[in-house]
Design a protein around this ligand. Structure first.
Ligand SMILES: Cc1cc2nc3c(=O)[nH]c(=O)nc-3n(C[C@H](O)[C@H](O)[C@H](O)COP(=O)(O)OP(=O)(O)OC[C@H]3O[C@@H](n4cnc5c(N)ncnc54)[C@H](O)[C@@H]3O)c2cc1C
Length: 586
């Protein structure tokens, strides 16, 4: 069966629709993964919810994650068993429901002793200590045994394995001398989180055409029971009377509460921490990882990760308190910290500054906490209801915390609370519902034959069809159909993508700015492949599809280059674009 894309709604159509709606049962503010998940849950129950995002879908924390879909092994130590169980269940659901983007990940933990950390782990469990410390083999073994127990219920992953000194040295010759043994277990990773976020929106609108999702639309005010929204591209404002507002704005939750209820501030709910990652080009480091993840404690006992990502290595992360949702630039001292941590585990693999191809940073929207150690702030999620008050006739439901991994469960819980407020009942569950290109996507063993059949049906080369299947899962059929309708060619500055492929994304996936394409609908940016010429080529394609004037196209190109330089450490890209040089990158 062809997994067709049903979009058809242009931005102008969406804004028209918004203009017609003067009231809505639910307005969801924030198009990160948790707002999107709540939208999907409500749309599937028949609720004509409206979802708005001030920039692009998954542009904030939901595009800045470590890209792990995981149970959260370390939360066992603080006794958050329910969170680990929920996370493991959600991880296993994502492996089934989004097999095109979520895959198992073999994970190895280097360990420096057999017994260390026992006393501290005990203290942490009984909340007598917050001090980070290194965990020895016995503590890790205990954690992994419990983890296996949760995992075994779903029968999805192999059990953990503890390797002694000899075996570890043989398997991991590049590890630092302090590594005495190691443990290997399985979790999962996601290659296109932002794409999965978009597919959830598309599924929701397809299931319920009354549900409406609009990006680049910001909530900017509220008065007399009505909320004001501003179109961030055209400047037009709209007002809506909602029955319930879902505040899913992550690091902006407190700010939005201030906008919705001007006057004396409500209680602070969010205490964010900033986290940065690097994408590093190092064939030696890549080879050392042997296709798996290394999950380790650095010199101060903080958990760090690294694993292969689109041919490079993703390394992270930092964990620094901040109250500013826009504090999302990976600073020079963070880069140094991440590289020092990397040297701590692989001391003989040198990384030069020019090996850092790309950086990304986001704010974890954690619950406000007075814990002295950031890593100890709970990664659990919760809901807070703010009752209507004079001048604010709607109830506000705030989403606090939450991991990417648990978006479905959190969205389900938020939607259930909204349904209760609306006096409605749940009709369907999403536990086993495949997402986007994960629908009817064949199992690994059957994929090659399936792709060959599709390639023949649409007169496309098998290699191209296979590449698209890897990127879009079963939605590849819709792309093949679209791409076959006019002559196609590879981009001049990135042979891995074609013109019709980008046109298909622009037409169907609410692409408004070049960065939406470069950073979130494709992996061009995160795979370290951006050049000024490529950014200009993609902008020109978008300009042609959208009918931008030359002035608008030039301004959007300038804004994009500036944003990529600022948010992703691509200052060199900005410099060479200004000087009209070609940027020397792989
Ligand atoms: C460094 C880091 C590493 C992480 N690693 C992992 C991991 O490996 N695995 C995992 O499971 N989780 C991970 N997480 C956690 C996870 O990414 C987040 O908890 C999750 O993405 C939060 O999603 P959200 O939708 O709540 O918030 P966000 O994604 O931040 O979305 C909130 C949105 O609200 C929008 N908004 C704000 N104000 C307005 C307004 N007035 N009008 C309209 N829109 C507005 C913002 O633009 C933003 O897009 C990580 C997080 C970080 C930061």
């Amino acid at each position: 069966m062809i997994n067709r894309v049903i979009s058809g709604r242009s931005r102008a159509d969406r804004l028209d629709e918004l203009r017609r709606r003067t009231a809505t049962p639910v307005l969801i503010v924030g198009g990160g993964i948790n707002g999107i998940s709540t939208f999907r849950e409500l749309a599937l129950q028949g609720i004509p919810a409206i979802l708005v995002e001030q920039e692009d879908w998954c542009q904030a924390a939901s595009g800045a994650l470590s890209r792990m879909i995981h149970g959260g092994l370390r939360y066992l130590e603080t006794g958050e068993f329910a969170l680990v169980k929920e996370s493991v269940n959600e991880r296993d659901r994502l492996l089934k429901n989004a097999p095109h983007y979520v895959q198992p990940l073999r994970t190895t933990v280097p360990i420096d002793s057999y017994c260390s950390g026992l006393v501290n782990a005990g203290k942490r469990f009984f909340r007598l200590s917050e001090r980070p410390s290194r965990r020895g083999a016995m503590v890790i073994k205990a954690g992994l045994t419990l983890y296996d127990l949760y995992t075994r219920e779903n029968g999805s992953m192999p059990r953990h394995h503890l390797a002694g000194g000899g075996e570890t040295r043989r398997l991991w010759p590049d590890f630092n001398d302090w590594v005495k043994c190691s443990a290997t277990y399985y979790d999962a990773w996601i290659n296109y989180p932002e794409r999965l976020g978009y597919e959830l929106i598309e599924d929701s609108e397809r299931a319920n055409p009354q549900a409406l999702a609009i990006n680049y639309l910001s909530v900017v005010g509220a008065a007399d029971g009505r909320v004001t929204l501003r179109d961030m591209s055209g400047g037009e404002t709209f007002t809506l009377a909602p029955h319930v507002v879902v505040n899913a704005t992550g690091a902006w939750v407190d700010q939005l509460n201030g906008v919705l209820a001007p006057g004396p501030g409500s209680a602070r709910l969010i205490g964010g921490t900033k986290g940065s990652h690097l994408i590093i080009r190092s064939p030696k480091l890549l080879a050392a990882l042997q296709n798996g993840m290394v999950y380790y404690e650095n010199q101060e006992g903080r958990v760090c990760i690294l694993f292969p990502y689109f041919g490079n290595v993703l390394v992270g992360s930092t964990d620094i308190r901040t109250d500013d949702p826009l504090d999302t630039i990976c600073a020079a001292d963070e880069q140094r910290y991440i590289l020092d941590s990397l040297r701590f585990v692989f001391p003989h693999i040198a990384i030069a500054d020019e090996d850092i191809l790309y950086t990304f940073c986001g704010i974890r929207p954690l619950p406000v906490s007075d814990t002295a150690v950031n890593g100890r702030i709970s990664r659990n999620h919760s809901l807070k209801v703010i009752a209507p008050a004079a001048g604010r006739d709607f109830t506000t439901l705030c989403l606090i915390g939450g991991k990417w991994t648990t978006f479905r469960a959190f969205g389900e819980q938020a939607a259930d609370r909204v349904l209760q407020l609306l006096g409605e009942k749940r009709r369907v569950t999403t536990t086993d519902l495949a997402i986007g290109g994960g629908r009817d996507f064949p199992a690994v063993g059957e994929r090659k034959a399936w792709v060959a059949l599709l390639a023949a049906q649409y007169h496309q080369e098998a290699a191209q069809a296979a590449r698209w299947a890897e990127r879009y899962g079963s939605r590849v059929a819709a792309l093949l159909e679209f791409a076959g309708q006019s002559p196609d060619r590879p981009l001049d500055h990135h042979a891995g993508y074609t013109v019709n492929e980008l046109r298909w994304l622009i037409v169907n996936e609410q692409v408004e700015m070049p960065a939406d394409l470069l950073v979130r609908r494709t992996a061009m940016a995160i795979s370290g492949r951006l050049t000024p010429a490529l950014v200009a080529e993609v902008t020109a394609l978008l300009a042609a599809e959208r009918g931008w004037s030359e002035t608008v196209a030039r301004e959007n190109l300038r804004l994009t280059i500036e944003q990529l330089a600022q948010r992703h450490g691509l200052a060199k890209l900005a410099a060479s674009a200004t000087e009209g040089e070609t940027y020397d990158h792989p």
